[in-house]
Design a binder for this molecule. Structure first.
Ligand SMILES: Cc1c2[nH]c(c1CCC(=O)O)Cc1[nH]c(c(CCC(=O)O)c1C)Cc1[nH]c(c(CCC(=O)O)c1C)Cc1[nH]c(c(C)c1CCC(=O)O)C2
Length: 346
């Protein structure tokens, strides 16, 4: 008889995502790779953000940096939400300190044809980088991700980052058929981008609808929900799906209707309150990223509070309520990881 290969130790992150009781509360951070790490700044020196995303060895190195330094329970693939848009030929740049900037914003029906489907060959560097990472990561799971249609559309329609998303909302209301055309094409692109990552070996995905909080619940349901649902459908049944937005307390139930197994909660809503509203969902969150800049006593107390509130959920994946701020001290993030692990290991 052939000896069975010892199964790898159960990942606390994947167990929690499935709604099972993990051996400890898993923790990872949105934007855990990036400017808060000196080794990131060194690795990125002289390479533009998009160029870095297209260089598999560099993607692998940068993705691994926070895993090595913090001992987090999951890695997030180093890329950006606009990578698939640049890959289909849109002229997009990521400007340091600003964000994605689009040379010719989308505004009219004629612009629809610029949103062609994503072919896996367009992002061969993603497939290659995920393959490298699976070997490097061992038992640590890799999270793939994409931007949701509304958040991507906002960059494409506004031409860059926007506080009020005014042009996007105006287009939505005055030309709904153009809006739905743009958003459904973006859904196909981000669904394909997620599929590429999962097929290459990502064991979970996160859909970032960072700016969905700018919509009322009624508008979210009409203009965003169907497209986010379509984007996530492509990887349903294959891996756990996390869904996240900022300032989306009024949208928790509506966003949960996309079918994602895990609901990201930003820091404005306590996890125990979110758990009451979403009893069937695994919750991810929600330490205020600003607290990482507080003193150790305040940071530890707040970490403990989030862990305690998370016990009300079906299962809890500890995270920040939004991405790591660039001024964060990596030592403080390590303190958070260690505290969560020490206080929750069964
Ligand atoms: C809205 C959004 C974007 N990109 C992303 C979102 C959704 C998440 C969120 O709400 O923050 C998603 C993203 N962007 C990046 C990741 C990598 C994985 C991770 O560690 O989380 C992820 C998951 C790398 C990145 N994406 C970007 C950086 C900084 C680039 C640099 O180092 O110069 C990183 C590490 C650039 C980027 N790209 C974007 C912005 C707003 C910026 C910041 C611009 C700046 O302040 O310089 C668009």
């Amino acid at each position: 008889m052939v000896n069975a290969v010892p199964s790898s130790p159960e990942s606390p992150f994947l167990a929690a995502c499935r709604g099972e009781e993990p051996g400890r509360t898993p923790v990872w951070f949105m934007r855990q790779a990036g400017r808060s790490l000196p080794e990131y700044k060194q690795a990125r020196a002289g390479t533009s953000m998009l160029e870095a995303c297209r260089t598999p060895e560099l993607v692998c190195e940068i993705t691994m940096q926070p895993v090595r330094r913090y001992g987090v329970d999951a890695a997030i693939f180093f890329s950006d939400i606009v990578v698939p848009l640049a890959a289909i030929g849109l002229d997009i740049e990521i400007v340091p300190g600003v964000g994605p900037v689009v040379a010719e914003p989308l505004r009219t029906e004629a612009d629809l044809k610029r949103l062609r489907n994503l072919d896996p060959c367009d992002v061969g560097y993603v497939t290659e980088a995920v393959g490298l990472l699976r070997k490097e990561l061992g038992d640590t799971p890799l999270i793939g991700f994409a931007g949701a249609p509304f958040t991507l559309a906002s960059y494409l329609i506004e031409g860059g980052p926007s506080r009020d998303h005014a042009k996007t909302k105006a287009l939505m209301k005055s030309r709904p058929e153009v809006w739905h055309g743009i958003a459904s094409r973006l859904a196909a692109i981000c669904g394909e981008f997620l599929r590429v990552q999962v097929e290459a070996g990502a064991q979970a995905v996160q859909l970032f609808d960072s700016w969905a909080g700018a919509l009322s619940e009624a508008d979210y349901r009409t203009y965003a929900l169907p497209h986010s649902t379509a984007a996530l459908a492509g990887v349903a049944e294959s891996v756990p799906r996390i869904h996240f937005g900022v300032g989306t307390g009024h949208l928790l139930e509506a966003m949960a209707e996309t079918g994602a197994e895990v609901s990201g909660v930003d820091f404005r809503i306590p996890l125990d309150e979110a758990a009451k509203r979403l009893p069937d969902k695994v919750l991810q969150g929600n330490l205020d990223p600003a607290l990482v800049l507080a003193d150790d006593a305040a940071l530890t107390a707040e970490t403990d509070r989030v862990v305690a509130a998370g016990r009300a959920a079906k299962a809890h994946v500890f995270n920040l309520g939004h991405g790591v701020l660039p001024d964060s001290d990596p030592g403080k993030l390590k303190l958070v990881v260690d505290r969560v692990h020490e206080t929750t290991t069964r």
